[in-house]
Design a protein around this ligand. Structure first.
Ligand SMILES: [Zn+2]
Length: 455
């Protein structure tokens, strides 16, 4: 039986192929595929054989499961993203771009949990202990009972954890860890997977919580955090633009809490400070009402957040007009431009379109559709929307507006921040929020008519 010994693995998503390619079929990333020695497939027997296993105890659906005991850090933004605190024997992955502030966040989290009474060990594979201590000094955390180690050898780390029995271990980063049982270099897909597997299995066995830090890698030789996402209970991504001072910690998977929950932090000289009222922060730079600027009343996780959308529409000097989006989905923008053209007769051909979510925030909610359309129209017509108005609603291909969830929460948040009117789709239950004049609209064409005249 002829068998090729090598396989090719995508460092971005972990997809395995038998052939090298310039672009990964699974995730579409360029230059992310590397040659790897295959993982050991274990015993080669084709079936399990006839040896009997242990009989598994079955339970019914009524069996009451007590919720896991949680430890809160005292940082509300962090605890909410974790689903209400840290669960013992759980594995958490914190991914993010290099230099975004993951080490600062995790050192602060380590200090908080340690002060709450959890025995905490922080293993740094990137920085020497002295550097971590210097960071701790800058952040004013030197009095916290966190134990430090600078090590990358997985066997030594597991032996130490086994003897020390911490309740929380932080591994910064998973890409620097290496197992001596695997031939390939640290950072390769097989090493990163093996290290994540060993650490999460150890955490489950010993009842320890483990936080793995993973750098998002743009291309090439180092495996990204996505290759271990399926092994852990909770996946958090730390986002933000380097030029902006605020950061968002977003749960994209959580076995112990709601996904899509966000925590908002501000990068200060003394580390990350929690932002309890993100809407105020996202709207803080807003001046007089300008054409193209619209405030979207969104929901992030379980919390309403007001975010400013900015659009710029200008005659294009190119034969192929530009469509540039920051913080939103480009495909969704194309859809809204098509609906505006087909259902409202407003063409954007020959016009460059730029759309920006202010402050570097990323929005994925379809409820932003109407706010995007409003920003595009406002920019195109050079007419500002009233400054006291928020907008939300989903647009369907027919041009009809669809009601979205949590209308009341969106309106209450708007009212709290001094807005006095809202434009939203018809449908859903009728409701009133004191201090908000609610204008409910059935379709995009009538929105254009009411807000911008004939359009
Ligand atoms: Zn891939």
């Amino acid at each position: 039986m002829a068998k090729s010994k090598t396989q090719f693995t995508c460092t971005a998503c972990g997809n395995v192929t038998t052939k090298w390619a310039g672009r990964c079929e699974a995730c579409g990333e360029w230059n992310s595929i590397v040659e790897e020695a295959p993982l050991s497939s274990g015993p080669s027997a084709a079936t399990l054989g006839t040896a009997r296993g242990r009989r598994i105890e079955l339970t019914d659906l009524r069996t009451e499961e007590t919720p896991p005991p949680r430890t809160v850090s005292g940082v509300a933004e962090l605890d909410r993203v974790l689903g209400g605190g840290l669960v013992p024997a759980s594995a958490i992955l914190v991914g993010g771009d290099p230099g975004i502030g993951k080490s600062t966040l995790l050192l602060q989290a380590a200090a908080r949990f340690a002060r709450m009474g959890l025995k905490t060990i922080y293993v740094s594979g990137e920085e020497a202990s002295a550097q971590v201590r210097m960071r701790a000094q800058r952040l004013g955390l030197t009095q916290s009972p966190v134990q430090l180690a600078a090590e990358t050898n997985l066997r030594d780390i597991l032996t130490t954890l086994d003897e020390e029995r911490p309740q929380l271990a932080i591994i910064n980063s998973i890409q620097t860890m290496w197992s001596d049982s695997i031939g390939s270099a640290p950072g390769s897909v097989s090493q990163v997977r093996a290290a994540a597997h060993e650490l999460t299995a150890f955490a489950k066995r010993k009842g320890m919580a483990v936080i793995l830090v993973g750098h998002v890698t743009k291309e090439g030789q180092i495996a990204g955090p996505r290759v271990v996402e399926h092994m852990v209970d909770t996946v958090l991504y730390f986002e933000g633009e380097r030029g902006h001072q605020f950061r968002v910690l977003r749960a994209v998977k959580n076995r112990f809490g709601p996904a899509d929950e966000i925590g908002v932090f501000e990068m200060t000289g003394k580390g990350l400070a929690e932002v309890t009222n993100p809407s105020a922060l996202f709207l803080s730079d807003r001046g007089q009402p300008t054409p193209g600027s619209v405030v979207f009343a969104g929901i992030e996780g379980t919390r309403p957040v007001l975010i400013e959308l900015q659009a710029l529409v200008a005659p294009s000097p190119h034969s192929q007009p530009r469509r540039t989006v920051v913080g939103w989905d480009g495909g969704r923008l194309a859809m809204i431009l098509a609906v505006l053209e087909a259902r409202c007769g407003i063409p954007f051909a020959g016009l460059d379109v730029y759309l920006n979510v202010a402050g570097g925030m990323k929005i994925s909610e379809p409820a932003a559709d109407l706010a995007v359309a409003a920003a595009l129209l406002s920019a195109r017509e050079d007419a500002a929307l009233p400054a006291d108005t928020v907008v939300f609603g989903e647009i369907s291909l027919s041009g009809a507006l669809r009601a979205v969830g949590q209308t009341e929460n969106r309106l209450k948040e708007a009212q709290k921040l001094g807005f006095s009117s809202a434009i939203a789709p018809k449908g859903g239950k009728s409701l009133t929020v004191d201090g908000i004049k609610l204008n409910r609209i059935t379709d995009l064409a009538s929105f254009v008519g009411e807000t911008f005249g004939a359009g």
